[in-house]
Design a binder for this molecule. Structure first.
Ligand code: FMN
Length: 380
């Protein structure tokens, strides 16, 4: 039996245990209750125990170290923003094999988020709808928690606007959060794309985006005497091509370090779930399988607009190594998962890494970076 098929069997075995035993139990609970139960249970386990059980870090990475915006990533797979909003389970999450975790989104002011229920599963579509609304304990509390509990991986921190802050004061609100998280972040992600904070997405308009990002850049330079923190921006999949062109121009002109594409979508097209159920769930961002195509296309667009010079983190509907490969060949040099972790289980980081190593070998590509963007031209 070949090495690839043995590794495929053990990969299927790991996620089968989750899908046939744990997931049915978790999926009987309300989605947010299940999420907190899983996070709390994980945080009770010792990282090295989890590592032995699930991840078994590659002793020598099949990809080598991946240099991105001045940081060295041990593999290309990260956990997306919103999974651990308050940074309460970072060490055990890192032990699952993620090279990086984007914690948060945090806001300057602590806030409860929208009323529950605000997270819904669409199993027929392998999707979620959420309108969490940045529920978090605030940037100051977050920084304290993380200072006591740093993960053994790269830590990105996502910052957003507090709900009580009017849009015209958004820059000061982001700056204050930035000051608080700067000392504990390896990179900072500027979230201007959640659909669940009223008007937030307006900050993607060229003029507003430019004033927000240039203020943060200036502050970063002032604080840089200590340490340089790469600044990334996270975008919505619902932008038009025209908007994307303007945004790419702002990002390249300002020298922003990277782009995270994409956040959730407000679109509800092509769903298998009964329309009456979708309507009953109400407003919110859709993630998972139905988002995959649009986010991959946007990655390819951004890769071409920035001529492959701005590192892209690809996120949206990644469940398998083949999905991750699609994002990478479209132009992503790192990838993240959220919904995939809910449906495939805690071995997803390891499974994606092993699967990507197999694909690289099959394609005869020696260096991971040689795969980035090789199919970008195939997308219109
Ligand atoms: C319940 C939930 C909460 C989320 N919260 C955040 C958040 O706070 N900040 C953020 O940048 N993205 C957030 N996201 C978006 C994800 O990071 C990701 O961009 C999106 O879900 C698409 O990836 P996926 O298809 O792998 O889930 C959230 C997604 C979900 C499902």
């Amino acid at each position: 039996m070949s090495r690839a098929s043995v590794s495929l069997r053990s990969r299927n075995g790991r996620s089968m245990v989750y899908r046939s035993l744990l997931r049915p139990i978790l999926f009987r609970l309300p989605a947010e209750t299940a999420h907190h139960l899983a996070l709390n249970s994980l945080s009770l386990l010792k990282p090295h125990f989890i590592n032995n059980l699930v991840a078994k870090r590659f002793t020598t990475s099949p990809f080598g170290k991946l240099g991105r915006f001045g940081l060295q990533f041990s593999n290309p797979v990260g956990l997306a923003g919103g999974f651990d909003k308050d940074g309460v389970a970072l060490q055990p999450l890192a032990a699952l094999g993620f090279a990086f975790i984007e914690a948060g989104t945090v806001t300057l002011h602590s806030q409860p988020g929208n009323p529950r229920p605000r997270l819904f599963r669409l199993p027929l579509d392998r999707a979620l709808i959420n309108r969490a609304g940045f529920n978090n304990a605030g940037a100051a509390a977050f920084a304290q928690t993380v200072a006591r509990n740093r993960p053994d991986c790269i830590l990105g921190v996502s910052i957003g606007k507090s709900k009580i802050t009017p849009l015209e004061n958004a820059v000061d609100d982001y700056l204050a959060s930035f000051d608080l998280v700067h000392p504990i972040s390896d990179y900072v992600a500027v979230n201007v794309s959640s659909p669940n904070t009223p008007q937030l997405r307006e900050l993607q308009q060229a003029e507003q985006l430019e004033s927000l990002l240039s203020a943060l850049k200036t502050r970063n330079r002032e604080l840089e005497s200590n340490r340089r923190v790469p600044l990334l921006v996270k975008l919505s999949p619902d932008l038009t091509d025209e908007q994307l062109t303007t945004i790419a121009d702002v990002i390249t002109r300002l020298g922003i370090d990277g782009i995270i594409a994409t956040n959730t979508t407000t679109s509800r097209s092509n769903l298998q779930t009964a329309n009456k159920d979708v309507l009953a769930f109400g407003e919110g961002g859709l993630s998972g399988q139905p988002l995959k195509k649009a986010s991959t296309r946007m990655i390819a667009k951004l890769y071409k607009l920035t001529r492959g010079k701005v590192p892209l983190i690809g996120v949206g509907g990644i469940f398998t190594a083949a999905d991750a490969w699609e994002k990478i060949t479209a132009g992503a040099s790192l990838i993240q998962v959220y919904t995939g972790m809910i449906y495939q289980g805690p071995s997803i980081a390891r499974d994606l890494n092993e699967g990507l190593a197999t694909i690289l070998e099959r394609e005869g590509i020696k260096y991971f970076d040689d795969a980035v963007g090789i199919r970008a031209e195939a997308y219109n």
